[in-house]
Ligand binder design. Structure first.
Ligand SMILES: [Zn+2]
Length: 187
């Protein structure tokens, strides 16, 4: 499941196949365009140097919180205040939508800059905490990958971001390690 905040945090991409290569996609205009488009947000592209700096600091902090939650930790008072600071510049407009049976209150962002974008990302993360979904936050157990994701399985047993990619790769690695150990024993 892709959410606004995990999508943002995962803009720091690591090659899950283990080449050691990583890519800071946040700085790429193609990523910025696609991200804004996907989440229906507005901000000037390309983002300016100072905005990029702020967003990278923000992303680091968010990644640390995600890692702490994934490890069974909780959010401190300081972290809560930090989230409030990040959400403060993001003003919203409220409106009702849908029919009588399924009416919903929508909050749409007013600003059209990267501060507003960060406020939306922070709010999305905060929402995860409120809905008690923080127990589902995971960081892919493939140490080369580090992808942040939600465990949407019922038993909360998902260990890898993608079973076909990281899951398979780790299975192959375990298999090879076992074979090697067996061969050592035989000789
Ligand atoms: Zn992964």
């Amino acid at each position: 499941m892709d959410t606004l905040w995990t999508d943002f945090v995962n803009s720091e991409w690591h090659d899950w196949r283990g080449s050691g290569r990583s890519e800071n996609r946040l700085v790429l205009t193609a990523w910025q365009d696609a991200f804004l488009d996907k989440w229906k947000l507005e901000a000037p592209v390309p983002a300016m140097g100072q905005e990029i700096d702020e967003m990278q600091t923000f992303r680091r902090h968010l990644h640390r919180l995600a890692a702490e939650l994934a490890a069974g930790g909780s959010i401190s008072q300081t972290d809560r205040e930090w989230l409030n600071t990040m959400m403060a510049p993001g003003l919203v407009r409220r409106h009702l939508d849908g029919d009588e049976q399924a009416m919903r209150l929508f909050l749409s962002p007013v600003g059209n800059d990267w501060r507003q974008v960060m406020a939306e990302v922070a709010a999305d993360f905060a929402k995860t905490l409120l809905e008690g979904e923080s127990l589902r936050i995971r960081i892919c157990e493939n140490a080369d990958c580090k992808w942040v994701f939600y465990d949407d399985t019922r038993n909360r047993t998902k260990r890898y971001c993608d079973d076909k990619m990281c899951g398979n790769l780790m299975k192959v690695r375990r298999f090879r390690a076992r074979k090697k150990a067996e061969m050592k024993k035989e000789t």
